[in-house]
Design a protein around this ligand. Structure first.
Ligand code: GLU
Length: 497
């Protein structure tokens, strides 16, 4: 046992703070797990905070999916969820304090002016940040223009000389020159705070003792430290976790383009929550050197943040399968496993929806298995030849898959009708018959060209499995090069309007 550090006196309060802007990401589960394990190991409190200040991208559906996913994994929070959109007054009153003492200032620059400035900065290879034109506006003028209703944002006035000295629990001291840090917008023209302000105000207001989050936020730390100081808050301990990496040659950062990253995919593909948690625990625990199968309680026992290694943890799906297999073999007898399978695949509602699709095509109950098996597997086997459509190149087929993938990634409502609407639209804009367009999708979903009705099957599979199957089909056709992808993206944006 090592001697307790000075911070042991402080009650431990930690948080995970997802933004509800998409699918519940495994990265959120990974951070939640570390926070929870740390809180439990120190008798602390684990808080859940929803950072929904990006009005255009946040949604209640995404929030609900995140809460469900965390519950499914057993990552239960002790406090919250707090929602930042319900705390706007607090942020505004803190901004008023910053304005009053000159730590922040109003910026009246229009979007056009800022675009122009950015172009110039790039052309002249200057510092890419804001040129601080409004920083020295006389206070009286700034107040008059604001009172007259002129749209503006509020920016934080950063120090212009010296060094920012930061401490990270895993990395020790990190230094950055202040002059390289931008005067960040902290309050947007719509009166909503940006992430930086809301995060710092809340970390203080919620008494957070340790901020444990992804390493992508290290670059924001100088801004946060400046905010802590300007607001007169005591900063917490910071611990930035190494990002999860793909199991590829250059250990690229985990992205949904390559790997399934949505927690609901893992559930729908038949992984067990305990196995997924255990797997995420392997990324951060020194237990990984001994017995690799362990429970949350075992992870908590003796958990130390200091033991987390900075080498990018590799998210190896094969390893997860291996671990999941051990859970299935070692933790269930045949009866238990039967219950598990039934609960996973055949909730009454799901089964009834599948029965309705299969009914017109059944001669005997014996046909059931063959007709519906693709709805009960994590992924069907897809032959490249079966994806062919007369008169279309393989690359064209891959592109229609990609267009549909992008379309579905933006879709919040995943019903047969909505999906069908997307197929109709795509067939029109691409000038393809609905029949030619849908044919390879039958294969991608079921492995067969003739199968149960496509749109309803997609609804039953759900967005995560559908998207993973489309991605597999694109791979089966040889993939799409990075260059081609950029062009396609432009064309897609144009088509989507
Ligand atoms: N909302 C941020 C995110 O989703 C939270 C970052 C933080 O933990 O400070 O990544």
């Amino acid at each position: 046992m090592s001697a307790p550090g000075p911070e042991t006196a402080v009650p431990v309060r930690v948080r995970v703070a997802p933004s509800p802007t998409g699918d519940p990401h495994v990265g959120t589960a990974y951070q939640a797990l570390v926070n929870l394990a740390f809180a439990r190991s120190r008798g602390g409190v684990f808080v859940l905070r929803i950072e929904d200040t990006d009005r255009a991208r946040s949604s209640r559906e995404s929030e609900a999916a995140i809460l469900d996913a965390l519950r499914w994994l057993g990552l239960d929070w002790d406090e919250g969820p707090y929602r930042q959109s319900e705390r706007l007054e607090l942020y505004r009153s803190e901004v008023d304090r910053l304005l009053a003492d000159g730590s922040a200032y109003r910026c009246f620059c229009t979007r056009e002016r800022l675009d122009e400035m950015r172009r110039e900065n790039r052309a002249q290879q200057r510092f890419p940040g804001y040129d601080r034109r409004c920083r020295d506006l006389p206070v009286a003028e700034s107040e008059r223009r604001a009172a007259a209703g002129e749209p503006h944002t509020i920016r934080l006035a950063m120090p212009t000389e010296g060094e920012c000295v930061m401490r990270d629990l895993l990395r020790g001291e990190i230094r950055r020159e202040w002059e390289l840090i931008d005067d960040q917008v902290i309050l947007k023209a719509d009166g909503y705070p940006t992430y930086h302000l809301a995060c710092v105000v809340d970390d203080h207001a919620m008494g957070i003792s340790h901020v444990i989050r992804g390493e992508e936020w290290i670059n924001s730390l100088p801004k946060h430290l400046r905010l802590f100081e300007a607001l007169g808050y005591e900063p917490p301990v910071f611990c930035h976790l190494p990002l999860l990496r793909n199991n590829d040659a250059n250990r690229s950062k985990l992205s949904k383009r390559r790997n399934p990253t949505s927690i609901t995919w893992f559930r729908d593909a038949g992984f067990l929550p305990g196995a997924l948690l255990n797997f995420l625990g392997l990324m951060v625990s020194s237990r990984a050197e001994g017995e690799e199968k362990f429970s949350l309680d075992q992870l908590v026992d003796g958990f130390r943040l200091e033991d987390i290694s900075l080498g990018g943890p590799v998210f190896d799906l094969d390893k997860l399968r291996w671990l999941n297999a051990r859970y299935l073999r070692e933790d269930y007898d045949a009866d238990g496993l039967a219950d598990l399978v039934r609960d996973w695949s055949m909730g009454q509602e799901r089964l009834a929806a599948i029965a309705a699709l299969a009914q017109p095509r059944l001669e005997t109950l014996g046909d059931w298995g063959r007709l519906t098996s693709f709805l009960f597997v994590d992924a069907p086997t897809v032959d490249r030849e079966k994806l062919a459509v007369k008169g279309l190149e393989e690359t064209q087929i891959a592109e229609t898959f990609q267009f549909m993938l992008w379309t579905l990634e933006r879709e919040q409502e995943f019903t047969a009708d909505v999906v069908q609407g997307h197929f109709r639209h795509l067939s029109e804009v691409l000038g393809l018959s609905l029949r030619d367009l849908t044919r390879p999708f039958y294969v991608a979903m079921s492995g067969e060209a003739a199968s149960l009705p496509l749109f309803q099957s997609m609804e039953i599979l759900g967005p995560d499995l559908v998207r993973a199957r489309i991605r597999h089909a694109i791979e089966a056709l040889g993939g799409i090069s990075g260059k081609r992808m950029k062009k396609l993206q432009k064309r897609f944006e144009a088509l989507a309007g």
